[in-house]
Design a protein. Structure first.
Length: 119
């Protein structure tokens, strides 16, 4: 099942909504709060397998990555603990986007068909 709800509220309300929704362990969701004068936007994405992703977004909707997080990713990649590509994809929320994309397409009226491996 899929549902979509447009909402209005004060800055910071998206965090409370995402916090309440994440307690439903099998729920996949996104909560977005648009940027307003004086406040950056934010996007919360959650899936049962990945947990919660939080990304600060600018006026254009792009995820903005803070300098300290970039430095940590570069240090981890330089030490060989991970690859730079893998960590940058996580910083941008790419794994969450891949898992949630079929639900986004369903919002345009397109049917979603899940294919399950048998074996």
């Amino acid at each position: 099942m899929r549902a979509e709800l447009c909402w209005e509220g004060h800055a910071g309300m998206a965090a409370g909504m995402a916090s309440a929704l994440r307690n439903w362990k099998l729920l996949r969701f996104e909560v977005t709060e648009d940027a307003t004068p004086g406040c950056d936007g934010v996007r919360f994405s959650c899936t049962p397998t990945l947990g919660v992703f939080t990304g600060v977004t600018g006026a254009s909707g792009d995820v903005m990555v803070p300098e300290d997080r970039l430095r940590t990713v570069m240090a981890n990649a330089a030490s060989g603990r991970t690859t730079l590509e893998h960590e940058l994809e996580r910083l941008l929320g790419t794994p969450w986007d891949h898992e949630l994309e079929p639900f986004r397409r369903a919002g345009d009226g397109a049917p979603v068909r899940w294919l399950h491996a048998a074996g």
